[in-house]
Design a protein around this ligand. Structure first.
Ligand SMILES: [Zn+2]
Length: 127
């Protein structure tokens, strides 16, 4: 698949990476069909030191669910989903109160091992 990486200030590239797979029963694979540039993306674009290996950049997208792990119950294959800058599990006390960005089990896209370049960890997406 194609992914957007940043290698330093002003150096953003679209590169080929391994296709993600379901690695956890709570994962969902989502094919991004539209995305945006968030204001928080502009900070590394302006001042990220040179990073020879690059790091994923980008979040906030609309996509189609292509596959889900066994424990995913809120979305299924073919669903159109909207993802904010953070992911959450929808089960913890914060999620039940509508405070998804404070999810006890959540994280942020392109961080926390949610999507990693081959050789750095398990690819995949949380669901
Ligand atoms: Zn939660």
């Amino acid at each position: 698949m194609r992914a957007t990486y940043i290698y330093g200030a002003g150096d953003v590239r679209v590169i080929d990476v391994a296709d993600p797979t379901i690695s956890q029963p709570t994962d969902a694979l989502v094919r991004v069909v539209s995305a945006c540039i968030c204001g928080s993306d502009l900070h590394p674009y302006h001042d990220l030191p040179a990073t020879p290996e690059g790091t994923p950049i980008g979040h906030e997208f609309v996509g189609l669910v292509e596959d889900t792990g066994a424990d995913v119950s809120m979305v299924r294959k073919g669903d159109l989903v909207i993802a904010p800058f953070a992911w959450s599990d929808g089960t913890c006390d914060f999620c039940r109160e509508g405070l998804h960005t404070s999810c006890r089990h959540g994280g942020f896209w392109a961080r926390d091992g949610i999507w990693r370049r081959p050789g750095r960890g398990s690819p995949g997406a949380a669901g």
